[in-house]
Design a protein around this ligand. Structure first.
Ligand code: ADP
Ligand code: MG
Length: 509
């Protein structure tokens, strides 16, 4: 009989965690081959046929940054080719190497892989492709906050139904309001996370060193500079536990001892915490606008939410005691719970008890990003202006469908180009540069229409996040339906080529 391995994988921007379900029915983290519970999402290409993933890759980054990739999750769903030792790689293939390293590089792996709630179609498709390249069968791509909430409700079955998930990771901040397993509102900042604290603490250490040892310029020593960033991250983590720490720095034959306190780190990041609070207020407002009452539970996830100042600020803001339970493992735990629900319902029923509570509940969600139509701006005197009119909006409940009518602006038009765009930035905007095109088609064969004729465009996003578009000219009754073809994602040929180059690589940690 073939061995089947059921996993939950939190494929993070900075760290990746794998979990399974233990014999007692509870989620357990599966340590990597170095015994670590989380694997840095860093890949180092040692040679044409050998790569390192994780801590060893992060160490190698300091000496050979050009052959090392970090933060690849930020590029998911974009065209971003990288070349190492003459071989082409993409965000999908880099992520596949991380997945291969954490999933044990064995056949027969079936997994729930988590993605941020704000991931659009392309990012999800790219994540799916990454898993396929790693030889992993994806049971479901689960939204990270849903995974965290699933774990939270398993651990605290009596928790209030409305949950705010506050996820401060290494490079991203995401916040979500859920009612049960249903996502009601999402918001976030894709460039705000623990790394911002690291950068500030690193400059503080450098300045302190320069002040103590004026005869050495630490900024000229590249290796020292990258070592200080690694050190800053470590010191920041320690200061979540202790209130002060003396850091020994050595550069250019000189050394200095710099004392850093938790209060220093909190002062350096006060405005960053404020930004997260502002976004949290925004997501709570979106949820309130949908009639969802104040969040009764506040769940902290993401390693950076371990900083004591974070819970303190949230407590002051919301008047609720935030829960910090395994913040860096909760998402993987939730994914493992979900994987077992999907893969073995009988086993779950046998396990009985708490997990059965959530077993058969579908997870409903919202539109992760606004979708709209690219049109000429009839108010622009130059005639060149264009804007995106969003038809379905972020946080509309799924499945979502909406119709908007547009008017043609020149006489005798017998065709209409239909270009559908997806919100690209963190906040919806009508500016074409803040959107990206995901579908493009033409409604043709129309009778010559006078300017001002109407065309109806219906956009639908299904429960599993797929986009469909119908454009219809009411007088002739002609219509165009666009397939949910999404460009920028690796096609079949490219997939085969990437799969071949990955097959020849040895992956170690
Ligand atoms: P992601 O999901 O973005 O990969 P994680 O949730 O794993 O991120 O969080 C990684 C971030 O958490 C890093 O910036 C790391 O420095 C930070 N972190 C981890 N543990 C602590 C801690 N004890 N105190 C402060 N920050 C921490
Ligand atoms: Mg995370």
């Amino acid at each position: 009989m073939d061995l089947v391995v059921i996993l939950g994988i939190d494929l993070g921007t900075t760290c990746t965690v794998t979990a399974g379900i233990g014999d007692d029915g509870r989620p357990v983290v599966l340590p990597n081959s170095l015994g670590e519970t989380s694997t840095p999402s860093v890949v180092h290409f040692e040679s044409a046929d050998s790569v390192l993933v994780g801590s060893t890759a992060r160490t190698a980054a300091a000496v050979d940054p050009d052959n090392t990739v970090a933060l690849i999750k930020r590029r998911m769903g974009t065209e971003f080719d990288l070349f190492f030792h003459g071989v082409r790689h993409t965000p999908e293939s880099i992520s596949a190497l991380i997945l291969r390293a954490v999933a044990g590089d064995v056949p027969g792996v079936r997994a729930v892989v988590t993605v941020p709630a704000y991931f659009g179609i392309r990012e999800r498709e790219a994540t799916f492709q990454a898993a396929a390249l790693a030889g992993i069968e994806v049971l479901e791509l689960l939204s990270e906050p849903v995974a965290a909430a699933l774990h939270h409700r398993t651990a605290f079955p009596d928790a209030p139904d409305t949950t705010l998930v506050y996820d401060l990771g290494g490079g991203t901040f995401d916040t979500t309001v859920l009612r049960g397993a249903e996502v009601v509102a999402v918001d976030g900042d894709s460039h705000l996370g623990g790394a911002d604290w690291d950068a500030r603490l690193a400059s503080h250490l450098l300045e302190s060193f320069a002040a103590a040892v004026p005869e050495v310029d630490p900024h000229e020593d590249e290796v020292f500079l990258s070592e200080v960033v690694v050190l800053a991250e470590k010191v920041k983590r320690e200061l979540s536990r202790v209130s002060s720490r003396t850091v020994a720095l050595r550069c250019g034959g000189a050394s200095a001892a710099v004392e850093v306190t938790r209060a220093d780190v909190e002062a350096m990041g006060a405005d960053l915490v404020d930004r997260t609070l502002e976004i949290t207020r925004r997501v709570l407002d979106s949820a309130a606008a949908r009639g969802v009452p104040r969040a009764g539970s506040v769940v902290l996830v993401g390693g950076a939410s371990r900083m004591p100042g974070v819970a303190r600020a949230l407590r002051a803001e919301l008047g609720v005691e935030p829960r910090l339970v395994e913040p860096d493992l909760a998402v993987a735990y939730g994914a493992a719970i979900r994987a077992h629900q999907l893969a073995s319902p009988e086993r779950l029923r046998r396990a009985g008890g708490r997990m059965a509570v959530v077993a058969d509940q579908p997870t409903r969600s919202v539109v992760p990003r606004s979708f709209g139509v690219l049109v000429d701006d009839s108010h622009d005197p130059s005639g060149e202006g264009r804007l995106v009119v969003h038809v379905v909006h972020r946080n509309d409940p799924l499945p979502a469908t909406a119709t908007t009518r547009f008017a043609t602006i020149v006489n005798d038009q017998d065709r209409v180009r239909v270009q559908i765009c997806e919100q690209a930035g963190d906040v919806p905007s009508s500016e074409p540069a803040h959107n990206r095109r995901v579908l493009d088609g033409e409604l043709s064969g129309l009778p010559p229409l006078p300017a001002g004729s109407l065309v109806e465009v219906t956009l639908g996003v299904s429960a599993d996040g797929l986009l469909s578009v119908t454009a219809r000219e009411p007088r002739s009754g002609r219509s165009l339906t666009l397939e949910s073809y999404v460009d920028g994602v690796v096609d079949g040929g490219a997939h085969a080529e990437l799969a071949r180059s990955l097959a020849g690589l040895r992956v170690a940690q």
